[in-house]
Design a binder for this molecule. Structure first.
Ligand SMILES: [Zn+2]
Ligand SMILES: [Zn+2]
Length: 301
């Protein structure tokens, strides 16, 4: 269902967005449909040429599904990215309406300020059916602002904050678990106090990950789930969770693999597919760390 082309392409991006829209307009959604829609919009973002209106539209649609599943902060990030790119006043109105609804749900006092911005951009839209629909949308946002703050969203934010705290606590808790090695047990952990069921003991960053089937679901550098998706500016073989991961990946390996990955299935290695791509990436990282092939050969002797 997803596209696996590797360059940037307006038509491929628009097709994924339209497939996502078709699923989104079906009345009954469940979590797996939400996931499917998110992946199609991620696909659309990854394949859209940098700085294009197609990319703005993909971010805007991703914002819509994130608003639908009440991921308000993540929705605002997509709204802001689309807003920076698009020159369309009507898309700006739609985006600002989504932002207002998120701010209201999050209990932010900025929602009224953004309603003013909606009015400003609405005045720039020419009349007709489109404008009528936008006026309706703005009225809906005004109504949301007038209504009581969304208590459930506050609870959800607290829950998210709690799980982030658990990971932060686990990182601080390194002092009571120790990684050890013995002939009998191999690599193992030794804890100096009791461990509660479900307690996170260790958070470790992967050296590298290649997951072509879910390349638009998880960061190609750190494996985080892509609530926000930062595409490579040149290929659609890999996407990142943040500008930081994108920059690190470029420094460590992606500057070399970016133009090779789309053709990696042609590599003359016994195992093709993800393993050849992973091998290629690790080789690039090792070569960069060693400085040149001779140093690398000497270091592994
Ligand atoms: Zn990442
Ligand atoms: Zn790339």
């Amino acid at each position: 269902m997803y596209s696996f082309v590797s360059g940037k392409n307006d038509l491929v991006s628009a097709k994924s967005r339209s497939d996502g829209n078709k699923l989104f307009t079906v009345k009954t959604h469940n979590a797996s449909v939400h996931y499917e829609i998110l992946q199609l919009y991620n696909d659309s973002i990854a394949c859209a040429p940098a700085g294009s209106e197609t990319l703005a539209a993909a971010y805007a649609n991703k914002a819509a599904i994130l608003l639908h599943i009440r991921k308000f902060r993540e929705c605002i990030t997509q709204v802001d990215k689309a807003f920076k790119i698009t020159t369309s006043s009507s898309l700006k109105v739609k985006l600002l309406c989504r932002r207002v609804q998120c701010l209201t749900a999050l209990g932010s006092p900025d929602d009224t300020k953004y309603l003013e911005k909606v009015r400003f951009w609405l005045n720039k839209v020419d009349g007709g059916m489109k404008k009528e629909a936008l006026i309706k949308l703005m009225s809906k946002s005004e109504l949301v602002v007038q209504n009581k703050r969304d208590q459930n969203s506050m609870k959800m934010e607290k829950k998210n904050a709690k799980s982030m705290k658990t990971i932060a606590e686990a990182e601080e808790r390194k002092d009571f678990v120790e990684i050890a090695y013995s002939g009998k047990h191999g690599s193992h952990l030794i804890a100096s106090k009791d461990i509660r069921p479900g307690e996170i003991l260790l958070v470790e960053k992967s050296l590298s990950i290649i997951n072509p089937a879910q390349k638009f679901a998880y960061c190609g550098h750190c494996s985080s789930f892509l609530w926000d998706l930062v595409p490579c500016d040149f290929c659609s073989s890999v996407c990142f969770c943040s500008e930081q991961c994108k920059t690190e990946a470029w420094q460590y390996y992606h500057d070399v693999e970016c133009s090779i990955m789309p053709h990696s299935s042609l590599l003359h290695v016994p195992t093709r597919g993800p393993y050849s791509q992973l091998g290629l990436r690790i080789l690039i990282m090792a070569l960069k760390q060693s400085g040149n092939i001779t140093n690398l050969k000497n270091s592994i002797k």
